[in-house]
Design a binder for this molecule. Structure first.
Ligand code: PMT
Length: 406
Protein backbone atom coordinates (compact mmCIF):
# COMPACT_ATOMS: atom_id res chain seq x y z
CA UNK A 1 0.00 0.00 0.00
CA UNK A 2 1.15 3.51 -0.72
CA UNK A 3 0.47 6.47 1.51
CA UNK A 4 1.32 10.15 1.25
CA UNK A 5 2.75 11.76 4.36
CA UNK A 6 2.23 15.52 4.36
CA UNK A 7 4.74 17.34 6.56
CA UNK A 8 4.04 20.97 7.38
CA UNK A 9 6.18 23.59 9.04
CA UNK A 10 6.44 23.17 12.80
CA UNK A 11 9.11 22.13 15.27
CA UNK A 12 7.54 18.66 15.32
CA UNK A 13 8.46 18.20 11.61
CA UNK A 14 11.52 16.21 12.69
CA UNK A 15 9.24 13.63 14.31
CA UNK A 16 7.82 12.86 10.86
CA UNK A 17 11.11 11.07 10.08
CA UNK A 18 10.44 8.69 12.97
CA UNK A 19 6.88 8.25 11.73
CA UNK A 20 8.19 7.24 8.29
CA UNK A 21 10.25 4.47 9.89
CA UNK A 22 7.27 3.25 11.90
CA UNK A 23 5.01 3.19 8.85
CA UNK A 24 7.63 1.28 6.88
CA UNK A 25 7.41 -1.46 9.52
CA UNK A 26 3.82 -1.87 8.29
CA UNK A 27 5.27 -2.42 4.78
CA UNK A 28 3.81 0.87 3.60
CA UNK A 29 5.43 2.74 0.74
CA UNK A 30 5.62 6.33 1.96
CA UNK A 31 5.56 9.32 -0.41
CA UNK A 32 6.54 12.43 1.54
CA UNK A 33 5.08 15.81 0.55
CA UNK A 34 6.62 18.84 2.31
CA UNK A 35 5.28 22.34 2.57
CA UNK A 36 7.68 25.24 2.18
CA UNK A 37 7.49 25.80 5.96
CA UNK A 38 8.44 22.19 6.70
CA UNK A 39 11.63 22.61 4.67
CA UNK A 40 12.75 25.30 7.14
CA UNK A 41 12.78 22.66 9.88
CA UNK A 42 14.02 19.50 8.13
CA UNK A 43 15.53 18.84 4.71
CA UNK A 44 13.83 16.84 1.94
CA UNK A 45 17.04 14.82 1.70
CA UNK A 46 16.32 13.19 5.08
CA UNK A 47 12.97 11.88 3.83
CA UNK A 48 14.33 10.91 0.42
CA UNK A 49 17.03 8.83 2.12
CA UNK A 50 14.52 7.19 4.45
CA UNK A 51 11.84 6.42 1.88
CA UNK A 52 13.85 5.89 -1.30
CA UNK A 53 11.24 8.09 -3.02
CA UNK A 54 11.62 11.55 -4.46
CA UNK A 55 10.21 14.05 -1.94
CA UNK A 56 7.60 16.42 -3.36
CA UNK A 57 8.37 19.97 -2.25
CA UNK A 58 6.26 22.16 -4.52
CA UNK A 59 3.34 22.25 -6.88
CA UNK A 60 5.45 22.83 -9.95
CA UNK A 61 8.43 20.62 -9.16
CA UNK A 62 11.92 21.87 -9.90
CA UNK A 63 12.44 24.37 -12.69
CA UNK A 64 13.48 21.80 -15.29
CA UNK A 65 10.73 19.37 -14.42
CA UNK A 66 8.08 22.10 -14.38
CA UNK A 67 8.48 22.38 -18.13
CA UNK A 68 6.86 18.99 -18.63
CA UNK A 69 3.21 18.05 -18.36
CA UNK A 70 3.92 15.11 -16.04
CA UNK A 71 5.14 17.44 -13.31
CA UNK A 72 2.23 19.85 -13.77
CA UNK A 73 -0.33 17.12 -13.13
CA UNK A 74 1.69 15.16 -10.56
CA UNK A 75 -0.72 16.01 -7.74
CA UNK A 76 -3.48 14.21 -9.65
CA UNK A 77 -1.30 11.16 -10.27
CA UNK A 78 -0.26 11.00 -6.60
CA UNK A 79 -3.87 11.60 -5.51
CA UNK A 80 -5.01 8.57 -7.51
CA UNK A 81 -2.13 6.35 -6.46
CA UNK A 82 -2.38 6.66 -2.69
CA UNK A 83 -4.45 4.60 -0.27
CA UNK A 84 -4.26 7.23 2.47
CA UNK A 85 -3.11 10.79 3.10
CA UNK A 86 -1.76 11.52 6.56
CA UNK A 87 -0.65 15.03 7.54
CA UNK A 88 1.73 15.02 10.51
CA UNK A 89 2.44 17.52 11.85
CA UNK A 90 -0.47 19.62 10.63
CA UNK A 91 0.00 23.30 11.50
CA UNK A 92 -2.86 25.74 12.19
CA UNK A 93 -2.21 27.26 8.77
CA UNK A 94 -2.50 23.93 6.93
CA UNK A 95 -5.64 23.00 8.90
CA UNK A 96 -7.23 26.31 7.88
CA UNK A 97 -6.38 25.73 4.24
CA UNK A 98 -7.70 22.16 4.26
CA UNK A 99 -10.91 23.23 6.01
CA UNK A 100 -11.54 26.02 3.53
CA UNK A 101 -10.47 24.31 0.33
CA UNK A 102 -7.51 26.59 -0.34
CA UNK A 103 -5.11 24.81 -2.66
CA UNK A 104 -1.98 26.90 -2.99
CA UNK A 105 0.71 24.25 -2.66
CA UNK A 106 1.15 20.54 -3.40
CA UNK A 107 -0.12 19.26 -0.06
CA UNK A 108 -3.33 21.29 0.00
CA UNK A 109 -3.95 20.55 -3.69
CA UNK A 110 -3.41 16.84 -3.04
CA UNK A 111 -6.00 16.97 -0.25
CA UNK A 112 -8.63 18.30 -2.67
CA UNK A 113 -7.64 15.92 -5.46
CA UNK A 114 -7.58 12.64 -3.54
CA UNK A 115 -10.47 10.33 -2.73
CA UNK A 116 -8.31 8.42 -0.25
CA UNK A 117 -9.08 8.67 3.48
CA UNK A 118 -7.33 11.51 5.30
CA UNK A 119 -5.79 11.61 8.78
CA UNK A 120 -4.41 14.75 10.38
CA UNK A 121 -2.20 15.01 13.45
CA UNK A 122 -2.13 18.68 14.50
CA UNK A 123 0.79 20.24 16.39
CA UNK A 124 1.02 23.88 17.42
CA UNK A 125 1.17 26.31 20.32
CA UNK A 126 -1.59 25.74 22.92
CA UNK A 127 -3.28 29.11 22.30
CA UNK A 128 -3.33 28.50 18.56
CA UNK A 129 -4.80 25.04 19.13
CA UNK A 130 -7.51 26.34 21.47
CA UNK A 131 -8.36 29.31 19.28
CA UNK A 132 -11.99 29.13 18.07
CA UNK A 133 -10.83 29.50 14.47
CA UNK A 134 -8.65 26.38 14.72
CA UNK A 135 -11.34 24.44 16.61
CA UNK A 136 -13.90 25.37 13.96
CA UNK A 137 -11.55 24.17 11.23
CA UNK A 138 -11.06 20.89 13.10
CA UNK A 139 -14.83 20.42 13.37
CA UNK A 140 -15.27 21.18 9.66
CA UNK A 141 -12.66 18.59 8.74
CA UNK A 142 -14.12 16.00 11.14
CA UNK A 143 -17.59 16.55 9.67
CA UNK A 144 -16.08 15.81 6.27
CA UNK A 145 -14.76 12.45 7.47
CA UNK A 146 -11.19 13.46 8.20
CA UNK A 147 -9.77 11.54 11.15
CA UNK A 148 -8.05 13.75 13.73
CA UNK A 149 -5.36 12.34 16.01
CA UNK A 150 -5.65 14.67 18.99
CA UNK A 151 -2.46 16.43 20.05
CA UNK A 152 -0.92 15.44 23.38
CA UNK A 153 -0.63 17.71 26.40
CA UNK A 154 2.76 18.68 27.78
CA UNK A 155 5.66 21.08 27.46
CA UNK A 156 5.60 22.76 24.08
CA UNK A 157 8.59 24.09 22.15
CA UNK A 158 7.34 27.64 22.87
CA UNK A 159 7.78 27.01 26.61
CA UNK A 160 4.05 26.80 27.37
CA UNK A 161 2.29 23.78 28.83
CA UNK A 162 -0.97 22.36 27.49
CA UNK A 163 -2.44 20.53 24.49
CA UNK A 164 -0.69 21.10 21.18
CA UNK A 165 2.20 18.62 21.13
CA UNK A 166 2.18 16.21 18.19
CA UNK A 167 0.48 12.95 19.24
CA UNK A 168 2.80 10.00 19.86
CA UNK A 169 4.13 8.13 16.82
CA UNK A 170 2.31 4.95 17.95
CA UNK A 171 -1.03 6.80 18.15
CA UNK A 172 -0.61 8.15 14.62
CA UNK A 173 0.62 4.79 13.29
CA UNK A 174 -2.31 2.93 14.84
CA UNK A 175 -4.78 5.42 13.29
CA UNK A 176 -3.12 4.70 9.94
CA UNK A 177 -3.29 0.92 10.46
CA UNK A 178 -6.91 1.00 11.56
CA UNK A 179 -7.93 3.16 8.63
CA UNK A 180 -6.13 0.90 6.17
CA UNK A 181 -7.52 -2.23 7.78
CA UNK A 182 -4.06 -3.55 8.61
CA UNK A 183 -4.44 -6.23 11.22
CA UNK A 184 -1.94 -7.83 13.54
CA UNK A 185 -4.06 -10.85 14.29
CA UNK A 186 -1.31 -13.35 13.43
CA UNK A 187 1.27 -11.86 15.77
CA UNK A 188 3.18 -14.52 17.71
CA UNK A 189 2.37 -17.23 15.15
CA UNK A 190 4.78 -18.95 12.79
CA UNK A 191 3.21 -19.53 9.39
CA UNK A 192 4.93 -21.87 6.94
CA UNK A 193 3.93 -21.36 3.30
CA UNK A 194 4.99 -23.42 0.29
CA UNK A 195 4.91 -21.83 -3.14
CA UNK A 196 5.82 -22.36 -6.76
CA UNK A 197 6.47 -25.52 -8.74
CA UNK A 198 8.77 -28.43 -8.04
CA UNK A 199 11.19 -29.60 -10.70
CA UNK A 200 12.12 -33.24 -11.33
CA UNK A 201 15.12 -34.13 -13.46
CA UNK A 202 14.69 -36.54 -16.35
CA UNK A 203 18.34 -36.23 -17.38
CA UNK A 204 20.91 -33.37 -17.06
CA UNK A 205 19.02 -31.46 -19.77
CA UNK A 206 15.31 -32.19 -19.36
CA UNK A 207 12.91 -31.72 -16.46
CA UNK A 208 9.32 -32.43 -15.44
CA UNK A 209 7.65 -29.39 -13.88
CA UNK A 210 4.40 -27.40 -13.98
CA UNK A 211 3.06 -23.92 -14.67
CA UNK A 212 3.05 -22.54 -11.11
CA UNK A 213 4.50 -19.02 -10.96
CA UNK A 214 4.51 -18.88 -7.14
CA UNK A 215 2.23 -15.82 -7.11
CA UNK A 216 -0.43 -17.42 -4.89
CA UNK A 217 2.07 -18.66 -2.31
CA UNK A 218 4.08 -15.43 -2.28
CA UNK A 219 0.86 -13.42 -1.79
CA UNK A 220 0.07 -15.63 1.21
CA UNK A 221 3.55 -15.12 2.66
CA UNK A 222 3.30 -11.36 2.15
CA UNK A 223 -0.19 -11.10 3.67
CA UNK A 224 0.72 -13.27 6.67
CA UNK A 225 3.86 -11.19 7.35
CA UNK A 226 1.84 -7.96 7.14
CA UNK A 227 -0.54 -9.43 9.72
CA UNK A 228 2.32 -9.95 12.14
CA UNK A 229 3.24 -13.60 11.62
CA UNK A 230 6.76 -14.94 11.43
CA UNK A 231 6.71 -16.43 7.94
CA UNK A 232 8.77 -19.27 6.52
CA UNK A 233 8.41 -19.40 2.73
CA UNK A 234 9.58 -22.63 1.12
CA UNK A 235 9.64 -21.97 -2.58
CA UNK A 236 10.23 -23.90 -5.75
CA UNK A 237 11.98 -21.98 -8.56
CA UNK A 238 10.13 -18.76 -9.43
CA UNK A 239 11.02 -15.34 -10.76
CA UNK A 240 9.47 -13.61 -7.74
CA UNK A 241 11.27 -11.71 -5.03
CA UNK A 242 10.53 -12.91 -1.53
CA UNK A 243 8.68 -10.34 0.57
CA UNK A 244 10.91 -8.54 3.09
CA UNK A 245 11.22 -10.07 6.56
CA UNK A 246 10.21 -13.51 5.37
CA UNK A 247 12.41 -16.52 6.04
CA UNK A 248 12.89 -17.62 2.41
CA UNK A 249 14.07 -21.16 1.69
CA UNK A 250 14.48 -21.99 -2.00
CA UNK A 251 14.12 -25.63 -3.05
CA UNK A 252 13.93 -27.39 -6.40
CA UNK A 253 12.64 -30.97 -6.26
CA UNK A 254 9.73 -32.49 -4.36
CA UNK A 255 12.23 -34.38 -2.25
CA UNK A 256 13.95 -31.12 -1.24
CA UNK A 257 10.61 -29.48 -0.52
CA UNK A 258 9.58 -32.51 1.53
CA UNK A 259 12.81 -32.46 3.56
CA UNK A 260 12.65 -28.69 4.17
CA UNK A 261 8.98 -28.77 5.18
CA UNK A 262 9.72 -31.64 7.56
CA UNK A 263 12.60 -29.71 9.14
CA UNK A 264 10.61 -26.52 9.62
CA UNK A 265 7.01 -27.67 10.17
CA UNK A 266 7.54 -28.71 13.79
CA UNK A 267 8.07 -25.05 14.75
CA UNK A 268 5.07 -23.79 12.77
CA UNK A 269 1.57 -23.05 14.08
CA UNK A 270 0.09 -22.85 10.59
CA UNK A 271 1.14 -24.62 7.37
CA UNK A 272 -0.28 -23.51 4.02
CA UNK A 273 0.62 -25.68 1.03
CA UNK A 274 0.11 -23.51 -2.04
CA UNK A 275 2.95 -25.11 -3.99
CA UNK A 276 2.17 -27.18 -7.05
CA UNK A 277 4.07 -30.28 -6.00
CA UNK A 278 4.87 -33.05 -8.47
CA UNK A 279 2.89 -36.22 -7.80
CA UNK A 280 5.34 -38.32 -9.86
CA UNK A 281 9.01 -38.13 -10.72
CA UNK A 282 11.25 -40.14 -13.06
CA UNK A 283 12.01 -43.44 -11.33
CA UNK A 284 15.67 -43.32 -12.37
CA UNK A 285 16.89 -39.99 -13.79
CA UNK A 286 19.58 -40.58 -16.40
CA UNK A 287 23.05 -39.25 -15.48
CA UNK A 288 23.77 -38.50 -19.17
CA UNK A 289 21.59 -36.81 -21.82
CA UNK A 290 19.12 -39.28 -23.33
CA UNK A 291 19.89 -39.59 -27.05
CA UNK A 292 17.17 -39.22 -29.64
CA UNK A 293 16.05 -42.55 -31.08
CA UNK A 294 13.62 -43.43 -33.84
CA UNK A 295 10.80 -45.16 -31.98
CA UNK A 296 8.56 -44.27 -29.02
CA UNK A 297 10.16 -43.75 -25.65
CA UNK A 298 8.80 -44.79 -22.25
CA UNK A 299 9.59 -42.81 -19.13
CA UNK A 300 8.97 -44.69 -15.91
CA UNK A 301 7.61 -42.52 -13.10
CA UNK A 302 7.32 -43.23 -9.40
CA UNK A 303 5.08 -41.44 -6.89
CA UNK A 304 6.56 -38.70 -4.73
CA UNK A 305 5.83 -38.26 -1.04
CA UNK A 306 2.49 -36.57 -0.36
CA UNK A 307 3.78 -33.81 1.92
CA UNK A 308 0.37 -32.45 2.89
CA UNK A 309 -1.04 -35.86 3.75
CA UNK A 310 2.02 -36.62 5.90
CA UNK A 311 1.51 -33.33 7.78
CA UNK A 312 -2.17 -34.22 8.17
CA UNK A 313 -1.27 -37.51 9.84
CA UNK A 314 0.92 -35.73 12.42
CA UNK A 315 -1.13 -32.56 12.71
CA UNK A 316 -1.31 -31.97 16.45
CA UNK A 317 -2.66 -28.46 17.07
CA UNK A 318 -1.25 -27.14 13.79
CA UNK A 319 -3.67 -25.43 11.42
CA UNK A 320 -3.26 -27.06 8.05
CA UNK A 321 -4.37 -25.47 4.77
CA UNK A 322 -4.05 -27.28 1.47
CA UNK A 323 -4.93 -26.29 -2.06
CA UNK A 324 -6.71 -28.27 -4.74
CA UNK A 325 -5.91 -27.47 -8.36
CA UNK A 326 -8.78 -28.97 -10.32
CA UNK A 327 -9.98 -29.09 -13.90
CA UNK A 328 -13.32 -30.82 -13.16
CA UNK A 329 -15.59 -31.83 -10.23
CA UNK A 330 -14.12 -29.07 -8.08
CA UNK A 331 -16.31 -29.48 -4.99
CA UNK A 332 -16.23 -33.26 -4.97
CA UNK A 333 -12.46 -33.45 -5.35
CA UNK A 334 -11.87 -30.70 -2.78
CA UNK A 335 -14.08 -32.38 -0.18
CA UNK A 336 -12.23 -35.64 -0.78
CA UNK A 337 -8.84 -33.91 -0.34
CA UNK A 338 -10.05 -32.27 2.87
CA UNK A 339 -10.49 -35.66 4.55
CA UNK A 340 -7.86 -37.66 2.67
CA UNK A 341 -5.12 -35.15 3.51
CA UNK A 342 -6.34 -34.32 7.03
CA UNK A 343 -6.46 -30.57 6.35
CA UNK A 344 -8.51 -27.93 8.19
CA UNK A 345 -9.16 -25.97 5.01
CA UNK A 346 -8.83 -26.82 1.33
CA UNK A 347 -8.63 -23.90 -1.08
CA UNK A 348 -9.97 -25.16 -4.37
CA UNK A 349 -9.35 -23.44 -7.67
CA UNK A 350 -10.57 -24.49 -11.10
CA UNK A 351 -7.39 -23.84 -13.05
CA UNK A 352 -9.25 -23.87 -16.38
CA UNK A 353 -11.23 -20.76 -15.42
CA UNK A 354 -10.10 -17.44 -16.83
CA UNK A 355 -8.49 -15.34 -14.08
CA UNK A 356 -7.87 -18.37 -11.85
CA UNK A 357 -5.04 -20.76 -11.10
CA UNK A 358 -1.61 -20.74 -12.68
CA UNK A 359 0.40 -17.59 -13.40
CA UNK A 360 -2.45 -15.09 -13.07
CA UNK A 361 -2.57 -12.09 -10.75
CA UNK A 362 -6.10 -13.05 -9.67
CA UNK A 363 -7.73 -16.24 -8.46
CA UNK A 364 -11.24 -17.62 -8.06
CA UNK A 365 -11.45 -20.04 -5.14
CA UNK A 366 -13.83 -21.91 -2.88
CA UNK A 367 -12.73 -22.52 0.71
CA UNK A 368 -13.83 -25.90 2.09
CA UNK A 369 -13.53 -26.14 5.88
CA UNK A 370 -13.51 -29.16 8.10
CA UNK A 371 -16.61 -27.78 9.91
CA UNK A 372 -18.57 -28.12 6.65
CA UNK A 373 -18.46 -24.44 5.69
CA UNK A 374 -18.01 -23.73 1.98
CA UNK A 375 -17.09 -20.16 1.02
CA UNK A 376 -17.10 -19.28 -2.67
CA UNK A 377 -15.13 -16.12 -3.41
CA UNK A 378 -15.49 -14.03 -6.56
CA UNK A 379 -12.48 -13.27 -8.75
CA UNK A 380 -10.06 -11.10 -6.74
CA UNK A 381 -6.33 -10.41 -6.54
CA UNK A 382 -4.22 -13.21 -5.12
CA UNK A 383 -3.31 -10.88 -2.24
CA UNK A 384 -7.01 -10.48 -1.37
CA UNK A 385 -7.58 -14.24 -1.69
CA UNK A 386 -4.61 -14.70 0.67
CA UNK A 387 -6.22 -12.40 3.23
CA UNK A 388 -9.56 -14.23 3.02
CA UNK A 389 -7.75 -17.52 3.68
CA UNK A 390 -5.87 -15.95 6.59
CA UNK A 391 -9.17 -14.60 8.01
CA UNK A 392 -10.34 -18.21 8.35
CA UNK A 393 -6.97 -19.25 9.80
CA UNK A 394 -7.23 -16.46 12.39
CA UNK A 395 -10.78 -17.61 13.28
CA UNK A 396 -9.59 -21.19 13.76
CA UNK A 397 -6.74 -19.93 15.94
CA UNK A 398 -9.17 -17.94 18.10
CA UNK A 399 -11.35 -21.02 18.48
CA UNK A 400 -8.27 -23.04 19.54
CA UNK A 401 -7.35 -20.40 22.13
CA UNK A 402 -10.93 -20.54 23.42
CA UNK A 403 -10.43 -24.28 24.01
CA UNK A 404 -7.18 -23.63 25.87
CA UNK A 405 -4.87 -24.86 23.05
CA UNK A 406 -1.55 -23.00 23.26
O1 PMT B 1 1.70 -20.37 -8.32
P1 PMT B 1 0.59 -19.71 -9.09
O2 PMT B 1 0.96 -19.48 -10.54
O3 PMT B 1 0.10 -18.45 -8.41
O4 PMT B 1 -0.66 -20.71 -9.15
C1 PMT B 1 -1.38 -21.01 -8.01
C2 PMT B 1 -1.69 -22.53 -7.90
C3 PMT B 1 -2.62 -22.93 -9.03
C4 PMT B 1 -0.40 -23.33 -7.98
C5 PMT B 1 -2.37 -22.71 -6.49
O5 PMT B 1 -3.54 -21.95 -6.45
C6 PMT B 1 -2.70 -24.18 -6.26
O6 PMT B 1 -3.75 -24.67 -6.62
N1 PMT B 1 -1.75 -24.92 -5.60
C7 PMT B 1 -1.84 -26.36 -5.39
C8 PMT B 1 -1.46 -27.10 -6.63
C9 PMT B 1 -1.51 -28.59 -6.43
O7 PMT B 1 -0.49 -29.21 -6.40
O8 PMT B 1 -2.72 -29.06 -6.22
P2 PMT B 1 -3.06 -30.65 -5.99
O9 PMT B 1 -4.53 -30.71 -6.03
O10 PMT B 1 -2.30 -31.48 -6.95
O11 PMT B 1 -2.51 -30.95 -4.55
C10 PMT B 1 -3.31 -30.86 -3.38
C11 PMT B 1 -2.50 -30.36 -2.21
O12 PMT B 1 -1.52 -31.33 -1.86
C12 PMT B 1 -1.76 -29.09 -2.46
O13 PMT B 1 -1.84 -28.30 -1.29
C13 PMT B 1 -0.34 -29.53 -2.73
O14 PMT B 1 0.60 -28.54 -2.30
C14 PMT B 1 -0.23 -30.78 -1.86
N2 PMT B 1 0.69 -31.79 -2.39
C15 PMT B 1 0.53 -32.31 -3.63
C16 PMT B 1 1.38 -33.30 -4.08
C17 PMT B 1 2.40 -33.77 -3.23
N3 PMT B 1 3.25 -34.69 -3.62
N4 PMT B 1 2.53 -33.25 -2.00
C18 PMT B 1 1.68 -32.28 -1.57
O15 PMT B 1 1.81 -31.82 -0.43
Amino acid sequence: MRIALGVSGGVAAYKAAELVRRLQQEKLDVQVVMTRGAQEFITPLTFAALTGNKVITGLFGDKEASANVESAIEHIAVAQRIDLLVVAPATADVLAKLANGIADDFLTTLYLATKAPVIIAPAMNVNMWEHPATQKNIETLRARGVRVVQPDEGYLACGMVGPGRLAGIEAIASAVCETLGLRHDLEGLTVLVTAGPTVEDVDPVRVLTNRSSGKMGYALADAAARRGAHVILISGPTELRAPAEVDWLPVRSTEEMHRTVRERASGADVVIMAAAVADYRPASPEPKKIKRGTGKMMLELEPTADILAELGRNKGSKILVGFAAETEHLAENARHKLTAKGADIIVANDVTQEGAGFDTDTNIVVLFSRDGRETALPRMSKFDVANRILDQVAELRLAQLGKGVK
